[in-house]
Design a protein around this ligand. Structure first.
Ligand code: DQA
Length: 147
C-alpha cells in the first residue's frame, strides 16, 4: 500500500464549467472521487488537493515528503509554463511525479509548449482528458510493484 497525491493547480477547481470544449464536462470532485476509488481498488491511498496559489502548492509538495507520499500525479495548470519555484519544490523533495494535462498543450498557443516539469517528470500525459489520470495511476501502480 502506498500513499499517493493528486495535485491540481490554478483554475482547475472550475473543471466542469471552465471551457468544457477543452477540458471536458467532469468536475474536479468527480475526477478525484473516481481516481480515489481506483487507487483504493489497487490498494493505495490517494490524497487529493487543489490550490490556486503558487506558494500553497509549494507547501503542499513539501508536506508530501513528511507524509511519506510515494508518487505525485500533478496537473499544475498555467504554473506548468511559468513556475521555476514549483519545479524546485519537486527537485527539493525528490518525490517522483507524472505530469498530466487534460488538453493537448502542443496543439494550442505556443506558450503552452514549454513546461518547467516535463524533463524532471517520470512521465508526461497530455490531451487524453481525465483518462490521463487513470493511465498515470496505472503506470505508478506498475512502477511501485516492480520495486
Ligand atoms: C492544463 C493546460 C494548461 O496550459 C492550462 O493553463 C490549464 C490546464 C490542462 O490540463 O490541459 O490550466 O494544465
Amino acid at each position: 500500500m502506498s500513499r499517493l497525491l493528486l495535485l491540481h493547480g490554478p483554475n482547475l477547481n472550475l473543471l466542469g464549467s471552465r471551457e468544457p470544449e477543452l477540458y471536458g464536462a467532469q468536475t474536479l470532485a468527480e475526477i478525484e472521487n473516481e481516481l480515489r476509488a481506483e487507487a483504493s481498488r489497487l490498494g493505495h491511498e490517494l490524497l487529493c488537493e487543489q490550490k490556486n496559489q503558487e506558494g500553497l502548492l509549494i507547501e503542499r509538495i513539501h508536506r508530501a515528503k513528511t507524509e511519506g507520499v510515494a508518487y505525485i500525479i500533478a496537473n499544475l495548470g498555467a504554473f506548468t509554463h511559468t513556475s521555476i519555484a514549483l519545479r524546485d519544490a519537486f527537485l527539493a523533495v525528490g518525490i517522483p511525479f507524472i505530469e498530466v494535462h487534460l488538453s493537448n498543450v502542443y496543439a494550442r498557443e505556443a506558450f503552452r509548449r514549454r513546461s518547467y516539469f516535463s524533463d524532471i517528470a517520470a512521465g508526461v500525459i497530455v490531451g487524453l482528458g481525465p483518462l490521463g489520470y487513470r493511465l498515470a495511476l496505472a503506470a505508478i501502480h506498475e512502477r511501485l510493484h516492480k520495486n
